[in-house]
Design a protein around this ligand. Structure first.
Ligand code: ATP
Ligand code: MG
Length: 240
C-alpha cells in the first residue's frame, strides 16, 4: 500500500526527518510513537504532500505509483486520507459543504444520523466546536471520503471516555477491522501517545521515531509497554 524509501524532510531550513524507510502492506495498521517534537506529524504531512515540508531526497510510493512529486489533492484522489492533529477552523465554509466535497457521489446521510452529526452540518467548519467535536468531525470527513489508506494524527487526544469508544469504532470501520485479516484492504498509519486506540484496531506493527529516524520497531503493545517502563531515550538506544 505505502512504501517510503530514505525520506529526508526539512521545514523552514530545519532538518526534521533524516532517512525514513517504511513499508505498510495492504490491510495492515501501523503505529507511530515518538516524543513531542520528534517529527511524527511532519512525517504524515510529508506523506500527504503539504508544500512547506521540503523533501531533500527519498521516494514515496503509494499503491505502486510514485507520488513523491504529486500535489496534495491528487494524493487524496488516489486514496490517501489524513485526520489532522489540530484541524483548522474554516470560516465561511459549512461542515455540510466539506462533507459533500469529500463524498463525491457517495451518500453520507446515514453516517450523519448514526453519529448524531446533524446539528453540526450547517455550522462553519470547526468554528466554536469543542475539542472532541473537532476530532469527531475530522473522522467523519474521512469516513465519507472513504480513503484506501488513513493517516491518523492523535485521533483520541482531547476525546472523553465515552466518545473514545465512538472514535475507536470509527477507526475500526475505516480499517475494516470487522473483516478477517486476509480480507482487509485498507491500511493505516496512526500516531498515538496514549495507546488507547490499540484496544480497537489490532495494530500490526509499531515504530518509535527519534532523531529523525525510525529507531525501533516491534509489536505495538510491547513497544508501548517499553516506552512506559524505560522512556523514549532508552527505547531509542535499543535499535531493534
Ligand atoms: N514551520 C515550522 N518552522 C520551524 N519548525 C517547525 C515548523 N513546523 C514544525 N517545526 C518543528 O518540527 C519539529 C517536529 O514537529 P512535529 O509537529 O512533526 O512533531 P510531533 O512529533 O508531531 O510532536 P507532537 O507529539 O508534539 O505532536 C518540532 O520541533 C517543530 O517545532
Ligand atoms: Mg504531532
Amino acid at each position: 500500500m505505502l512504501k517510503i524509501e530514505d525520506l529526508w524532510v526539512t521545514i523552514n531550513g530545519k532538518e526534521i526527518l533524516k532517512g525514513i524507510d517504511l513499508h505498510i502492506p495492504a490491510g495492515e495498521a501501523h503505529v507511530l510513537f515518538g516524543k513531542n517534537g520528534s517529527g511524527k506529524s511532519s512525517l504524515l504531512m510529508a506523506i500527504m504532500g503539504f508544500s512547506h515540508y521540503t523533501l531533500g531526497q527519498g521516494k514515496i510510493i503509494f499503491r505502486g505509483q510514485d507520488i513523491t512529486n504529486l500535489p496534495t489533492y491528487e494524493r487524496a484522489r488516489l486514496g490517501l486520507g489524513l485526520a489532522f492533529q489540530r484541524p483548522p477552523t474554516i470560516r465561511g465554509v459549512r461542515t455540510r459543504d466539506i462533507l459533500t466535497a469529500c463524498a463525491g457521489k457517495r451518500p453520507y446521510q446515514d453516517l450523519v444520523e448514526q453519529y448524531g452529526f446533524a446539528p453540526f452540518l450547517d455550522r462553519e467548519i470547526n468554528y466554536g466546536f469543542s475539542g472532541g467535536e473537532i476530532k469527531r468531525t475530522e473522522l467523519l470527513q474521512l469516513m465519507v471520503q472513504d480513503p484506501k489508506m488513513v493517516l491518523l494524527d492523535e485521533p483520541e487526544s482531547g476525546v472523553d471516555m465515552e466518545n473514545l469508544q465512538v472514535v475507536g469504532e470509527i477507526i475500526g470501520r475505516l480499517l475494516q477491522k470487522d473483516r478477517r485479516r486476509q480480507h482487509r484492504e485498507k491500511s493505516g498509519l496512526i500516531i498515538t501517545h496514549t495507546g488507547f486506540i490499540l484496544d480497537y484496531i489490532n495494530a500490526d506493527r509499531a515504530y518509535i521515531l527519534g532523531e529523525g529516524r525510525l529507531c525501533c520497531q516491534g509489536n505495538p503493545r510491547e513497544l508501548l509497554h517499553d516506552i512506559k517502563s524505560y522512556g523514549y531515550e532508552e527505547c531509542a538506544k535499543c535499535r531493534r
